[in-house]
Design a binder for this molecule. Structure first.
Ligand code: SF4
Length: 383
């Protein structure tokens, strides 16, 4: 209890965890927008009015109430009421993920619509990142006239929030054409012969961070065993928020090491059943006494990170056997060949090709991204 009390006091005095307590993860919206990280219109750009979705707007759009996980001092989960001329609801307020994936990346900035879409996803078991990614893919196909709203029987254009809410209902209940949308963005893009319009890796949609404007996150997206989800390596804690070290999101120096460290750390924390958000106020080392007090062990931080590295490599071996290889450790061409056209990150492209060899080297993998025999031996993972 003494260890826990010390950690809670540390968390309560950390400025960023206080921001989380006020508006949940939505506080990231403004910061990501300022650095060109917040994706718009399927990871292209659009002059969207941020003031409608900024933190202040969130407070006035919903009567926010806190509802954290059990005993968490941060309580980042926010409850809200949605009141819109076309729909009403009660549930979780939109998070950064929902605002990014279901909102801005679909050209939608009306917070009540985003809030409704987010609540519907929660209630109907739809993942907001995958669902938003699928809808953004379809919207771009409509914009490019590859598919027509008449074929879809829903007017799914960028910015049409009411059509998106309707599409969610149809997807979840497998009605009409939306049944096919429920197969996911990659399947829809392939069906129309335009797989390059799907912004994903290993079949999963990207979390709403433009990898051209946050290079470490881009490397993580390309190499993550699960697919491009930020929850498996919170590199933005240092690339954007500068909590433990100050790194420029647009630069690549130090990013392969950063990505490896966050991936290994997250593997340990997931295994311990710990939430990763407190890393915005605590260092990984701070958790070690808590683990030892609980388990009666005498671990050092390096012992736990060794276990994290072992987990990451075991997952990698599973993926290799399942048919994923070096060619899947990449990003959609848009991020590599099309510079950000305007805004704060204008001109940036992902430099994944420069970072990947160093990342493989740090992991002890060969040029094909396979763990070397000596790496597996050192991790006690030989077969
Ligand atoms: S445990 Fe994590 S997700 Fe739950 S309220 Fe705390 S910070 Fe938020």
């Amino acid at each position: 209890m003494q260890v826990v009390t010390t950690l809670i006091n540390k968390l309560n005095s950390a400025p960023l965890t206080q921001s989380m307590s006020q508006t949940g993860t939505a506080f990231l919206v403004g910061l990501c927008y300022q650095k060109g990280i917040l994706p718009q219109n399927n990871f292209r750009r659009a002059p969207l009015p941020l003031r409608n979705i900024a933190t202040d707007a969130l407070n006035s759009a919903f009567a926010l109430r806190s509802r954290g996980c059990f005993a968490c001092p941060i309580a980042c989960i926010k409850k809200a009421d949605v009141k819109h001329s076309a729909y009403e609801g009660k549930g979780m307020a939109p998070t950064y993920l929902a605002i990014g994936s279901l909102g801005v990346n679909c050209g939608i900035t009306d917070l009540t619509t985003i809030g409704m879409a987010s609540m519907m996803c929660g209630e109907m078991g739809l993942d907001p990142v995958a669902t938003g990614g699928t809808l953004a893919t379809v919207m771009e196909l409509v914009e490019k006239k590859v598919i027509t709203p008449e074929e879809l029987k829903i007017d799914l254009r960028f910015g049409n929030g009411e059509a998106m809410v309707e599409a969610l209902r149809l997807m979840a209940t497998k009605k009409g054409y939306a049944r096919r949308l429920g197969q996911g963005g990659l399947a829809v893009a392939k069906e129309f012969g335009r797989p390059e319009v799907f912004m994903g890796v290993k079949g999963h949609s990207l979390s709403p961070f433009d990898p051209r404007a946050i290079q470490g996150m881009g490397l993580h997206f390309a190499t993550c065993n699960y697919g491009p989800h930020h929850l498996f390596a919170y590199t933005f804690i240092d690339e954007l928020l500068n909590v433990h070290q100050s790194l420029d999101p647009w630069e690549i120096g130090g990013k392969p090491l950063l990505v490896k460290e966050y991936q290994d750390t997250t593997a340990v924390m997931d295994s311990l059943g710990l939430c990763n958000w407190p890393l915005m106020g605590l260092k990984f080392n701070n958790y070690v006494p808590m683990v030892n007090s609980c388990l009666g062990t005498n671990y050092k931080a390096d012992d736990l990170l060794f276990i994290g590295e072992k987990i990451w490599n075991l997952e990698r071996m599973f993926n290799l056997k399942a048919g994923f290889d070096r060619t899947h450790d990449t990003l959609p061409e848009r991020f590599i060949k099309e510079p950000v056209p305007d805004g704060p990150a204008e001109g940036q492209v992902s430099r994944i090709g420069e970072m990947l060899p160093e990342y493989y080297h740090l992991r002890g993998w060969n040029e094909q991204g396979e763990p070397r025999p000596e790496t597996l031996q050192a991790l006690n993972l030989e077969v």
